[in-house]
Ligand binder design. Structure first.
Ligand code: ADP
Ligand code: MG
Length: 377
């Protein structure tokens, strides 16, 4: 079906670009992450561009351009409106979509995807958005019935695990004759309202995220994948049926990857590389380079699972989260080289927004951190 649809789209000259749209979001500066009081090393220039200090040469900055750049003041609502809301209507027409949060641990992936009660993120906003679109369609009486269901899974050590009915069983990924990807045995929970979603999803997600987000914790090494499926069925013969899938993914921390420059990728010698994250970056590179070469979907579980929802005629957005403190410099740098459309070296010193941190503040934030640490199991 997907292949046929692409062929039809090409024939009509309406082929959706297979590109993955890349947005970058800079989280606000946090004193806790900057004990030396060095300030920020990244800042916004405009809605597509940021600059970062060049560590090789302090008289230079590097400017990076993306499809969208969200500065640190950007609200959850703005991220949703610009990067996610526009893709939702496609789900009601049987098309697939995926949204990922990429970036190092501590840079704001979970904040962006899940958020908090006060500042809900992409996931609750998108699910609410899908329900609103379906309600509006039903009011139009076009003769289709809609149903929505959810699945929630995790990829950890290349195992696919069901988060709605947890067990240690690694679920198989299959492809049907129409090239749809499916996971037999995965729980699909029908949803009748947003509050229904809330009551199923929140306990399952808390389960996964309450553990501390220290490096090497499971939550920073696994991919949490929420699948929202919209099925519409024609009320009258021939009772056509269409399915649209939306994947909302909080990826593993990108600090597991070590990249050199723009293209060359060198694996970290010690420690396990996250195969799915590594392959995802190759798939995105390959889609965004165009050229129609082989896209290595089959090389990892995550990309295999997303094969029918990433590239092709589907709608994909990657939100790369970065942090402004020097502690994150190298992680930020590698994440930017992956996400950038273009890069430019500019000969001028980085103009720092002055951050005055008194020694008292530094001491206090250290104490707070230590207090936090001693509270861990
Ligand atoms: P990650 O999931 O990438 O490890 P988190 O989402 O847990 O990172 O973010 C790390 C910390 O920074 C959390 O305390 C989070 O609330 C905070 N944070 C992240 N992004 C923002 C933001 N845009 N605004 C305010 N706080 C943020
Ligand atoms: Mg997280």
């Amino acid at each position: 079906m997907a292949a046929q649809r692409v062929a039809e789209d090409v024939a009509k000259g309406t082929k959706q670009t297979a590109r993955v749209r890349v947005a970058v979001r800079l989280r606000p500066y946090m004193h806790m992450q900057d004990q030396k009081g060095e300030g920020a090393c990244v800042r916004r220039l405009d809605t597509e561009t940021l600059e970062i200090i060049n560590w090789r040469n302090a008289t230079e900055t590097l400017q990076y351009q993306f499809d969208v750049f969200h500065g640190e003041e950007t609200t959850q609502q703005e991220v949703f409106l610009s990067s996610v809301k526009p893709i939702l209507p496609h789900l009601l027409k049987g098309q697939n979509a995926s949204v990922f949060a990429y970036g190092p641990t501590g840079a704001g992936k979970t904040h962006t995807m899940l958020g908090s009660q006060e500042q809900p993120g992409v996931i609750p906003r998108a699910v609410r958005g899908v329900f609103n679109l379906v309600k509006a369609k039903e009011r139009e009486h076009e003769g289709w019935d809609y149903s929505i269901d959810m699945s929630y899974l995790e990829i950890y050590n290349e195992k696919v695990l069901d988060l709605l009915s947890p067990s240690a069983q690694d679920l198989p990924i299959r492809e049907d004759k129409d090239r749809n990807i499916l996971i037999p045995g995965l729980t699909h929970t029908p949803l009748s309202s947003f509050s229904d979603f809330h009551s199923h999803f929140i306990p399952a997600s808390l389960n996964r995220t309450t553990a501390s987000t220290k490096l090497n914790q499971r939550s920073s090494r696994s991919h949490a994948i929420l699948l929202i499926k919209v099925v519409r069925t024609q009320r009258n013969p021939p009772h056509r049926q269409q399915t649209g899938k939306l994947y909302l993914v909080d990826l593993a921390g990108s600090e597991d990857n070590r990249r050199t420059g723009n293209k060359g990728i060198r694996l970290k010698e010690s420690g396990a590389i996250n195969l799915s994250l590594f392959t995802l970056s190759k798939v995105v590179d390959s889609l965004n380079a165009g050229g129609g070469g082989r896209v290595p979907y089959r090389d990892s579980k995550l990309t295999r699972l997303l094969q029918d929802s990433l590239g092709g005629s589907s709608h994909s957005v990657m939100i790369t989260n970065i942090a402004p403190e020097y502690t994150y410099y190298f992680e930020t740098f590698t994440a930017l080289n992956f996400a950038a459309k273009s890069k430019q070296i500019v000969n001028k010193p980085f103009v720092r927004e002055t951050v005055t941190v008194s020694s008292v503040q530094v001491k206090r934030s250290r104490e707070e951190q230590e207090a936090g640490r001693s509270g861990e199991p």
